[in-house]
Design a binder for this molecule. Structure first.
Ligand SMILES: [Zn+2]
Length: 682
């Protein structure tokens, strides 16, 4: 992914907005315009050859303090927030039953209206959980436990309750979907959070214990029982964390692909009733699945055997309330925020209700909301123009592959084949998902969420054993992000990311190539990064590299991971160059490809005192302008496969002699490297 930060949203303009985002923000009927390159976002007092990120983004950072309901504020986050306010406006219109509404508007409008009905949600307290908790209380043996779990995985939460279950493309035959079992069962963001012994990790675990106790007491438990459940939860989760792979290990696709028969899964964890579970999931005829981490399943089985059923019922009761607290009355939602928002990410204030509701509509009915969004914000002309840019960048990759010095003709042929097979998805799907079978009510928010989750689970499970649908989208159209999907071998650019300031049709070519052009090149390069290169043209996990070429790729990639590992993310925490390698390779590949495409354009006169070459680089840097809370910087350094924004700019330009030439940098300055130290993969 180009820029994966889940961007919860808020526009800020000064102290008032930052202190109280809910009162300052209003719904928008149209998206506001921000130019693709904005000189006032620069800080020209900084020497670009010393710190190019500060030169390009210093002004933005001063003008854009982090709003109180945000943990991370960036150009992407701000655009996503503006889109959120615009969707809010569209949803308000759609929620008015007296207006003439299309069937799609009525769906999203009713969901939104129910979600905004705070008095009703408040009056219900934790009542929406009662039937599920009563069913859990009745669980009396392993068989009924598996049945209860299957039901909850369908209608509420997969993943957090012991493990995850779903479907995915079969990495050994990417034309088909296969069932899959994933790791899960943890309440902290990462398995390392349970195992690391540094003071901050210990402190986070203490806060998690306190969170378990508070939330369970809200549910009516006495302090003694809540405290003992917290100890139990920590014990179980620590055991599961030990058995889970690290994020770096999970980046190797072979580490998370273990195709096996159901009988083999049963052998790994005989203490869990898999047959009953598969029946409960509605897929009793499943024969083969991907058990992504067999060691985890084995450990889960051992834990299940070791502990009495009563322990598991307490543990699952906790995770059920933990995953559902966000939907319940204020006290529950506030505690959910106090831990997941404030303690983990340092966010000061909970996002206002409308923002959470927009997010849930987008999650549950994303293509219906996207349809309304696209009608207003993504013209066929824009689609044509961005597709043109994609094709130009693909051409650059093709000629790069033809001339690459280090690759044998054999591997080169396969790489060209993969490039030719790569598909592009731009803006929105050709066929919209039909949500008309979901029973949505204006006065049943919790029911709407459960029925929508069930709809999505059923949709995913129905794919098992079937051929893939190449037209299916993973992201919703209003998303400000892009991705490359290795098993689909396609690039995805939702309409949300093709808006100013990221793609600005009013701007000259240079900054657009620096921004959206680099994003396109970035996604394209993901097909050939350390992870993507292990998949072939059809999306199968297959080694198509000669030994020598693979060794040369690794040598070149390690130049990049060594470079990024030397950077400090926050305090004493270094960037984990092995975790960020795929993104760093994609960033550099993207910049080089877009540069080649941009410089083949006609030469223009300088604008705002910047030559076209300089505008390309500043346009690129200005996508990354950000302010981040220290808690979030720490969290991201441990969990985010992307490097911190400043290194996604400064770490790139040092490997581009064209940058030094554009700004007249001298040897020895921080944004230059001696020629023999320059990293280059693609
Ligand atoms: Zn990426």
């Amino acid at each position: 992914m180009r820029r994966l930060f889940v961007l919860a949203l808020s526009l800020c303009c000064g102290a008032l907005a930052a202190d109280n985002p809910s009162s300052a923000e209003t719904p928008l009927s149209t998206l506001p315009y921000t130019a693709g390159l904005e000189p006032r976002f620069m800080d020209r007092s900084v020497d670009p050859c010393v710190d190019f990120y500060a030169f390009s983004c210093g002004g933005w950072q001063k003008l854009n303090p982090i709003p109180s309901d945000q943990s991370f504020w960036s150009v992407y986050g701000k655009l996503q927030n503006e889109i959120g306010r615009h969707l809010w406006g569209l949803l308000q219109t759609a929620a008015d039953p007296s207006a003439a509404r299309s069937p799609v508007q009525a769906r999203i409008g009713d969901y939104f209206a129910a979600c905004m009905d705070e008095p009703r949600i408040e009056a219900l307290g934790s009542k929406p959980l009662e039937p599920v908790l009563a069913a859990l209380a009745k669980v009396k043996d392993r068989k009924s436990l598996a049945a209860w779990l299957a039901e909850q995985h369908l209608a509420a939460t997969t993943g957090e309750l012991l493990f995850g279950f779903g479907s995915e493309q079969d990495a050994s035959d990417a034309t088909q979907f296969i069932a899959a079992v994933y790791t899960g069962g943890l309440g902290l963001p990462d398995r390392d959070d349970y195992l690391d012994q540094d003071p901050r990790s210990k402190e986070l675990r203490e806060k998690y214990r306190a969170h378990v106790i508070t939330l369970l007491q809200l549910l009516g438990d006495d302090p003694k029982s809540a405290t003992s459940t917290a100890v139990l939860v920590m014990d179980i989760e620590t055991a599961l964390a030990w058995a889970s792979l690290t994020r770096v290990e999970r980046r190797d696709p072979y580490n998370v692909f273990h195709r096996m028969r159901v009988a083999e899964l049963e052998k790994l964890a005989p203490s869990f009733d898999w047959k009953t579970y598969l029946v409960g999931q509605g897929v009793p005829r499943t024969e083969v699945l991907n058990v992504s981490q067999p060691k985890f399943v084995q450990a889960l089985g051992a834990e299940l055997k070791k502990r009495p059923l009563a322990d598991w019922k307490r543990y699952l009761r906790w995770h059920l309330v933990n995953s559902q607290a966000q939907y319940l009355s204020r006290a529950f939602a506030a505690e959910d925020f106090a831990f997941n928002g404030k303690a983990i990410r340092g966010t000061e204030m909970q996002a206002p209700r409308w923002k959470r509701c927009v997010r849930w509509v987008n999650r549950d009915l994303g293509e219906a909301l996207g349809q309304v969004f696209v009608e207003k914000n993504f013209s066929p002309e824009l689609k044509r123009k961005t597709l043109e840019m994609v094709l130009l960048i693909e051409n650059e990759m093709e000629s790069d592959l033809h001339t690459l010095s280090w690759m044998s003709p054999q591997t080169r042929g396969r790489a060209l084949e993969k490039l030719a097979a790569m598909a592009n998805k731009i803006g929105y799907p050709d066929r919209w998902r039909d949500y008309s079978s979901i029973d949505l009510s204006r006065d049943d928010f919790h029911g709407n969420v459960a029925r929508s989750v069930r709809f999505e689970s059923a949709r995913e499970l129905a794919r098992i054993g079937k051929p893939i649908d190449r037209g299916e989208w993973g992201m919703t159209p209003s998303t400000v992000n892009a991705e490359y999907n290795p098993t689909m071998n396609d690039m995805n650019f939702p309409a949300g990311i093709l808006q100013p300031p990221l793609y600005d049709p009013k701007m000259d070519a240079a900054p657009n190539y620096g921004n959206t052009g680099v994003t396109i090149g970035h996604e394209l390069t993901h097909g050939f990064d350390d992870e993507g290169r292990q998949f072939d043209a059809r999306g199968n996990l297959e080694d198509w590299w000669t030994k020598e070429d693979a060794a040369e790729f690794r040598r070149r990639a390690s130049c990049i991971s060594d470079q990024y590992s030397s950077y400090i993310a926050v305090d004493d925490v270094h960037v984990n160059g092995k975790l960020t390698l795929g993104e760093d390779v994609a960033d550099l590949g993207g910049l080089i490809l877009a540069w080649k495409a941009a410089t083949s354009n006609e030469r223009l006169a300088p604008v705002d005192g910047l030559t076209p070459d300089q505008r390309f680089f500043v346009g690129n840097a200005q996508w990354a302008c950000s302010n981040v809370r220290p808690e979030t910087e720490r969290l991201l350094a441990r969990t985010n496969p992307h490097s911190p924004p400043r290194y996604r700019v400064n770490g790139l330009v040092v490997n581009m002699p064209e940058f030094s030439a554009a700004f007249g940098c001298k040897p020895g300055q921080p944004m230059t490297k001696p020629p023999d130290k320059i990293c280059r993969v693609w």
